[in-house]
Design a protein around this ligand. Structure first.
Ligand code: G4P
Length: 565
C-alpha cells in the first residue's frame, strides 16, 4: 500500500474517526506531486492589493498579470469594480458578482514563482468581504494615489493588515500627474497608516516634469519616456549617483535635486531590511505609474525577492506550519452560483499546510464528517481548471451544496480552528420582515445561505425573536433583497433600526445574565452562531451598559468560528 495512505489511515484510526478511516484505506491517491513540498511552498507568494477605490488597484493588477502572461490584453480586468458612486444598480451588483468569481483569485507564474493575487474589493460596502480575504494572504501591496494621498478605505484596510502583522509594500501611483510632495506623502503614510516606511525608489519630478525614478533597491535609473500615447521605460544602471550620466539623462537641476533628496532620505529613513519587512515592522515604498506600466516590473521583481512565501497560521489549538506533511486549510469566502437554477456555491479554500489532493477524503471539522472533492478548481491564468494537487498558499474553489460556512476548516482528521476570521461589528441595521407569508421557508433558507456566504450578519432579538440584518454598507440590503427574490423566490421588506453598534458580549455567570436580561433585555440578540450580542442604540448607551455591567466583556469583532453544528 502507498505509505502515505497507510500513515493517514493509522493516524485517523487513532483519532477515532471510525467508518471514515475505512474508506480512507481504500481511497486511491491521485497522481503524486513531483516537486518537494518545501520547493512548492518556497515558490509561492499569496498576496492582496489594497487601496481606496480609484487609486489604481485594478490597473496595477492588470499590469502584473500582463507580466506573468496571464492575460494578453490590457482591459481584461478593468471592469472588475463598482464605481464608488454606485448605489443600488442591480446590474452592477450582478456584474460584480459574476466578475468577482472569475477574478477572486488570479494566479500566474513569473520568474519561477507562482503568484496568487487575491482580489480585495475596494468599495466600502464590500469591506467585510475584503477583511476576510485579508486573512488568506501572506502579504499586501498598498496602492496610494500620489495626488489624493492616504484615503479612508486604505486606512481601514491597512489597519486590518497591521493587526495581523501582514508585511506591506507601498506603491505610490499616478506619478505622471501632479501630486503631493514625496516626503510629505511618506509623512502622511507614517502618520495615518501607522507604518514605518523606507523608500526603495525615488521619483524624479512628477506630472509634466516626471522623468522617472531612481531605484535604490536595484541601483538603477528608470527613465520615463512619454512616447505618443504610450510611455517607454529605459533602464540604466547607476550605482553612483555622482555619475555624470545622470545629469545627461535628466538635466543637471533634476539630477542635483535627486542627489540631495536621496541623501536626505538615506539619513532619515531606516535602511531596508527584509526581515523587518517580513515581520510587518517596515514597509518599503515604490513610486510609479501603473497605467503607463512604469515602475511595475521593479515592484514585482522586488516583491518576488522579499515577500514571504506561505507563512505559519495560528489556530485555536496550535500553530500550523505550512511544511507539515498533513493537509489543512480554511474557507474564507463563499460565492453563490450566478445561475439561480443551480444552487451550488463555490467555497474558497486557503491551503495552510501539506498537500491537498483531489478525490481524497478530508475531515470537515465543524460538521465532523469526511468529504472529498472531485472537481477542485484552480484559478491559474484567469482560467478555471481542475487541479489534482494544491499546496500551501494556493486557493482552490470547492463546489459546495451548502456544507460550508466562512471559517470552516478541513484537515486530515485533526480538530483545528484557524484564527483571525472575524465578523466585524456591522454599521447599519434593519429589521427584516417577510413580505410573502407563503414563502417563509424560502426566506429563512435564503437568509441563512446569504449569511453563510458572509453577505451580512443576522441577529435574532432575544426578547421577541425578530430578525435583524446588520451590514457594513447600505448596498448589502439591496443585494439581499434582490438575491432573495431572484434566487429563492422570497421577498422581504426592511424597517429602519437606528442602532449605533452591535457588540459581542461574554457574560461570566448566569446571575449576571439574569440581571442583564431583566435590565437590558430589549437590547440583547443572538447571532447566527448562538453568541450573545448587545445592540447599542448610541455610544452613550453602550458606555452606560459597560459601566453598569463591569464584569461583562464587550467586543467589537467576533472570531467567526462555529464548532456547533
Ligand atoms: P481601482 O481599481 O483602485 O478603483 O482603480 P483603477 O485601476 O480602476 O484606476 C482608477 C482610475 O485611475 C482609472 O481611470 C485609471 O485609468 C486611472 N489610473 C490608474 N493608474 C494611473 C496612473 O498611473 N496614472 C494616471 N494618470 N491614471 C491612472 P478612470 O478614468 O476612472 O477609468 P478608465 O476610464 O481609464 O477606465
Amino acid at each position: 500500500m502507498d505509505p502515505l495512505t497507510t500513515k493517514r489511515a493509522e493516524t485517523d484510526g487513532k483519532r477515532g474517526l471510525a467508518g471514515s478511516s475505512r474508506r480512507y484505506r481504500i481511497a486511491r491517491l491521485p497522481l503524486r506531486p513531483t516537486m518537494s513540498l518545501e520547493a512548492e511552498i518556497k515558490k509561492r507568494r499569496t498576496f492582496g492589493i489594497v487601496s481606496h477605490p480609484d487609486a489604481g488597484k485594478t490597473t496595477l493588477t492588470e499590469k502584473l498579470l500582463l507580466f506573468g502572461g496571464a492575460i494578453q490584453i490590457a482591459g481584461a480586468v478593468k471592469s472588475n469594480k463598482i464605481k464608488r458612486h454606485a448605489t443600488s444598480d442591480f446590474m452592477d451588483i450582478e456584474r460584480q458578482r459574476g466578475i468577482s468569481v472569475a477574478t477572486s483569485v488570479m494566479a500566474f507564474e513569473y520568474r519561477d514563482t507562482k503568484i496568487n493575487i487575491l482580489d480585495t474589493p475596494g468599495h466600502k460596502d464590500f469591506a467585510e468581504d475584503t477583511y476576510r480575504t485579508l486573512t488568506a494572504i501572506d502579504s499586501a501591496i498598498v496602492v496610494i494615489d500620489v495626488a489624493k494621498g492616504v484615503e479612508m478605505q486604505t486606512e481601514k484596510l491597512v489597519e486590518v493588515c497591521r493587526m495581523r502583522n501582514t508585511p506591506m509594500i507601498v506603491f505610490i501611483n499616478k506619478l505622471d500627474r501632479e501630486g503631493k510632495d514625496a516626503i510629505d506623502l511618506l509623512d502622511e503614510i507614517e502618520e495615518k497608516l501607522g507604518l514605518s516606511v523606507t523608500p526603495l525608489s525615488w521619483p524624479i519630478g512628477m506630472g509634466q516634469r516626471f522623468q522617472g525614478v531612481y531605484n535604490m533597491y536595484e541601483q538603477k535609473l528608470n527613465l520615463f519616456r512619454p512616447h505618443g500615447k504610450q510611455s517607454l521605460e529605459e533602464t540604466l544602471e547607476i550605482t553612483d549617483l555622482d555619475n555624470s550620466i545622470l545629469d545627461e539623462q535628466v538635466g543637471q537641476s533634476a539630477a542635483d535635486e535627486l542627489r540631495e533628496e536621496v541623501e536626505t532620505i538615506s539619513a532619515v529613513y531606516p535602511e531596508f531590511n527584509a526581515t523587518a519587512y517580513q515581520n510587518g515592522e517596515i514597509s518599503p515604498v515604490f513610486f510609479g505609474s501603473a497605467i503607463n506600466n512604469f515602475g511595475v516590473k521593479e515592484l514585482l521583481d522586488c516583491f518576488i525577492d522579499i515577500a514571504p512565501s506561505p507563512l505559519p497560521r495560528v489556530t485555536e489549538e496550535r500553530m500550523v506550519d505550512p511544511m507539515e506533511e498533513k493537509f489543512s486549510g480554511f474557507i474564507f469566502k463563499i460565492h453563490a452560483n450566478m445561475d439561480p437554477k443551480h444552487r451550488d456555491r463555490i467555497a474558497f479554500l486557503r491551503i495552510c499546510s501539506g498537500v491537498f489532493s483531489r478525490n481524497t477524503n478530508y475531515y470537515h471539522v465543524r460538521k465532523e464528517k469526511q468529504m472529498k472533492f472531485s472537481n477542485p478548481t484552480a484559478f491559474m491564468a484567469a482560467r478555471k481548471s481542475i487541479v489534482d494537487h494544491a499546496y500551501p498558499g494556493d486557493i482552490i474553489g470547492l463546489y459546495d451544496s451548502g456544507n460550508f460556512k466562512i471559517g470552516d476548516t478541513l484537515t486530515e482528521g485533526e480538530v483545528l480552528h484557524f484564527k483571525g476570521i472575524p465578523s466585524f461589528s456591522p454599521e447599519q441595521f434593519r429589521y427584516v420582515n417577510n413580505a410573502n407569508p407563503m414563502k417563509s421557508k424560502q426566506l429563512q433558507k435564503g437568509l441563512q445561505q446569504l449569511i453563510e456566504e458572509g453577505v451580512a450578519q443576522l441577529f435574532t432579538k432575544d426578547d421577541n425573536g425578530r430578525k435583524i440584518v446588520g451590514t457594513v454598507g447600505a448596498l448589502q440590503f439591496d443585494v439581499i433583497q434582490y438575491r432573495l427574490e431572484h434566487e429563492y423566490g422570497a421577498s422581504c421588506t426592511y424597517e429602519p433600526l437606528p442602532l449605533h453598534k452591535a457588540c459581542w458580549i461574554e457574560v461570566p455567570d448566569p446571575e449576571i445574565m439574569k440581571e442583564l436580561r431583566l435590565k437590558r433585555g430589549k437590547d440583547l440578540a443572538i447571532d447566527k452562531d448562538g453568541q450573545m450580542v448587545f445592540l447599542a442604540e448610541s455610544s452613550w448607551a453602550l458606555k452606560m451598559a459597560q459601566e453598569s455591567f463591569p464584569d461583562v466583556q464587550f467586543r467589537f469583532q467576533s472570531e467567526e468560528r462555529s464548532n456547533e453544528g
